[in-house]
Design a protein around this ligand. Structure first.
Ligand code: ADP
Ligand code: MG
Length: 562
């Protein structure tokens, strides 16, 4: 038996831990299960390399609530600890980590939960929810089991015990009255589902009923027999940890379902990420059908570190335009214990972000090359992401030039180069610049579209909210020599060089009167009124709003510049 004082310079560390970690205290469970997982993986490793000559079977981790005693138990069958190891790893090492943490952040505003939540304070985070913590542990080596207790001060007790006979560690938390929620099945289920759903060692929480298959001589109306089986809450080898070659389309769709059980729509396609140099990163990203609703639900990509959920705030790690996607990223190389601003400046993180962006561009390119028809069909559902990416990232813009599509009002899809080639001959203005005609609303601009088509012009349908910005960018790209004009922004003959003059059916006097009549109802400063040519019966008079004025207004509405 040993009593002692935990070796730490800060006199009473526990109130500080509570204060600092308060806003995110649910992470204690993630920390303890991570330790249990590490202990199990260590033992597996030792047997694999022949250092531990034991039969480890199929080790599990169990989480158990004891309502009567107000305790929560986390039990593993891993390496366990000898008395010496408890002294070393629990009493000293873990505390030095905590001390370092406090040293580092003592001047920082404790409300900055962003920093704290990601700082793995490890074992001692148990004291955020428990006033007393016990460890019962037995090493895989031939050493007596030991019992450690600590009541939230720097004093502890450590003694040999015969209360534990099998290998591994049991952590017992005596839950505070203020934290009774952690004695509720639902709350613990919720946490396990959030943080531990894809961890590599099976985690048992209670039991569930399973129907047995009916025996052959069972009567038809007989109730199926049920048995209680372990309720394992996790999938120990999620899709992203496997090789793409070992997965088919169905596996990817099933995994999507696993990630988002409430999402009804199937994803359009996926991108499997897999790098090990110069940083480690695996993951699967999905392109959902981009409805306005979906685009608004950002933060759906989940960040993991070695299969432990960390956060769904991937800002700074995933390029902003890709935060509309869904999926998982797992990397041990993302520093999680630092603030967001540090993260954004971090070299490794920047590399990760540009890697992801490049990978997405490559995938889009190959989809386009391999099955253009399919790509065209998906275009409307993915264009927001791509157009936004083109606007915000130059490198992505360059790559996207090869596969970004510009649909016509008749449903033909051109790349920008194809479009230029198509209109080169007859859609140029006085300065020989290419004139790209487009409509933003097929119904409302119907007559204008018709009038352009009558002249054999190509009219694009550009109706996404960021199109005004994108157009601006395309126009200012060097060597492009194009100008975009909306079909209703001026008289069609003023937009594109005329080859012959036409005669009007109306004489000058008639025209003047008609024009005056219109000017009385339409604001002359904002719109141009023009009478149509003789050969155009469809539209004897045209009221237009100049391109630049309308674009200004649109850009003000959508904000920012292109
Ligand atoms: P970290 O996990 O970052 O090392 P922790 O504070 O979580 O820090 O844990 C400190 C140490 O205590 C671990 O490194 C490990 O050696 C030991 N430990 C904690 N939990 C267990 C466990 N369930 N089984 C065996 N050893 C453990
Ligand atoms: Mg730990």
């Amino acid at each position: 038996m040993a009593n002692g004082n935990i070796n730490v310079s800060v006199e009473n560390i526990f109130p500080l831990i509570k204060k600092f970690l308060y806003s995110d205290h649910e992470i204690f469970l993630r920390e303890l299960i991570s330790n249990a997982t590490d202990a199990t993986q260590k033992l597996k490793h030792l047997t694999r390399i022949g250092e531990a000559k034991i039969d480890i079977g199929n080790p599990q981790i169990e989480v158990k609530i004891d309502k009567d005693n107000k305790t929560l138990h986390i039990i593993d069958q891993g390496v366990g600890m000898s008395e010496e190891e408890v002294k070393k790893y629990i009493n000293e090492v873990a505390f030095s980590g905590a001390e370092e943490f406090l040293e580092k952040y003592k001047d920082k505003d404790s409300k900055d939960a962003g920093i704290i939540g990601h700082f793995g304070l490890g074992f001692y985070s148990a004291f955020m929810v428990a006033n007393k913590v016990e460890i019962l542990t037995k090493s895989w080596k031939d050493a007596p089991a030991v019992h450690w207790t600590c009541e939230g001060t720097t004093a502890f007790t450590l003694e040999e015990t015969d209360k534990k006979t099998d290998r591994g560690t049991e952590i017992i938390l005596h839950i505070n009255d203020d934290d009774k929620e952690f004695l509720e099945d639902n709350r613990i289920s919720e946490l396990l589902n959030k943080y531990n759903k894809f961890m590599p060692v099976p985690i048992k929480f209670g039991t569930k009923e399973k129907e047995l298959p009916k025996s052959e001589d069972a009567k038809d109306d007989e109730e199926p027999k049920k048995v209680a089986v372990d309720n394992i809450i996790n999938n120990t080898d999620p899709a992203w940890t496997k090789q793409p070659a070992d997965l088919d389309e169905k596996d990817y769709k099933n995994f999507y379902r696993e990630l988002y059980p409430m999402q009804f729509e199937e994803p359009l396609f996926h991108i499997h990420l897999n790098v090990d140099y110069p940083f480690n990163l695996t993951g699967i990203l999905y392109f959902p059908k981009m409805t306005q609703e979906i685009a608004a639900q950002k933060d759906k990509i989940q960040l993991y570190q070695n299969q432990v959920f960390v956060t769904d705030n991937v800002e700074g790690i995933v390029p902003e335009f890709l935060t509309m996607l869904r999926g998982v990223i797992d990397s041990p190389d993302i520093p999680l214990n630092v603030s967001r601003s540090y993260l954004q400046a971090d070299g490794a993180v920047k590399k990760i972000s540009s890697y992801i962006s490049r990978k997405v561009a490559d995938k889009l390119k190959s989809l386009f090359n391999n099955s253009r028809e399919d790509f065209e069909q998906k275009w409307n559902d993915i264009k927001v992401v791509i157009e936004y990416g083109m606007l915000t990232e130059d490198k992505f813009f360059e790559k996207a030039q090869k596969f970004a599509l510009y649909p016509t009002v008749d449903g033909n899809y051109h790349t920008f180069d194809e479009l230029k080639e198509k209109i080169e001959k007859n859609q140029t203005d006085k300065d020989d610049k290419l004139v790209v005609l487009y409509a933003s609303d097929k119904e409302a601009q119907h007559t204008y579209i018709q009038s352009a088509k009558d002249k054999g012009y190509e009219v694009l349908l550009l109706d996404s909210p960021i199109v005004a910005h994108l157009i601006q960018k395309l126009e200012t790209e060097k060597d492009n020599k194009v100008s975009f004009v909306r079909v209703d922004s001026d008289h069609i003959d003023n937009l594109i060089k005329k080859d012959e003059d036409k005669v009007s059916k109306l004489d000058d006097e008639q025209k003047e009167t008609l024009k005056k009549e219109f000017e009385e109802v339409v604001s002359k400063d904002k719109y141009t009124i023009q009478l149509e040519d003789a050969d155009s019966d469809a539209m004897p008079i045209m009221i237009t709003q100049p391109e630049f004025m309308r674009r200004m207004k649109e850009m003000q509405q959508t904000g920012g510049g292109g």
